[in-house]
Design a protein around this ligand. Structure first.
Ligand code: FES
Length: 142
């Protein structure tokens, strides 16, 4: 399994700058829900066009996301976006979490550098793929 600790984490500080809102800065520097889940109902691993990778894990109970975690080897922006995506997913029913989009993540984070907006798309796409992975395993309990 790919190890995020061997990733480009050391570059994170270099990618954070004045265009980050205080919320985005906090999520970039102190990402929530980082690291794999040992037991999970859904998982997805996507490499974005920029070459960075994001992985999401979901723990689901009663068709509701109890826990969402992630890792990325991307920049500070991708850490902020992955972190916010996990926060937006938790407590939602799987179909609601699948509908979390790039714009939802960007709005929740506040200001983000324009050139980092694709990181929110990668986070939204990976969350959606993890939800689809859960559903494809026939573990849906409506
Ligand atoms: Fe690659 Fe943000 S720069 S995901």
């Amino acid at each position: 399994m790919w190890n995020y600790l061997d990733s480009k984490e050391h570059n994170v500080e270099n990618t954070i700058h004045k265009d980050f809102s205080p919320i985005a800065l906090d999520h970039a520097q102190h990402p929530r829900h980082i690291g794999p889940l040992s037991e999970f109902a859904g998982c997805a691993h996507i490499k974005g066009p920029c070459g960075d990778t994001m992985v999401f894990w979901l723990a689901v109970r009663d068709h509701t996301i109890e826990k969402a975690t992630f890792v990325t080897d991307g920049c500070g922006t991708s850490r902020a976006c992955g972190s916010m995506a996990t926060c937006l997913a938790e407590g939602k029913r799987v179909e609601e979490a699948m509908a979390v989009c790039q714009d939802d993540i960007l709005k929740a984070l506040g200001n983000m550098p324009k050139d980092g907006e694709h990181c929110a798309l990668l986070a939204a796409n990976t969350l959606k793929a993890a939800c689809e992975n859960y559903l494809s395993q026939g573990k849906a309990r409506v």
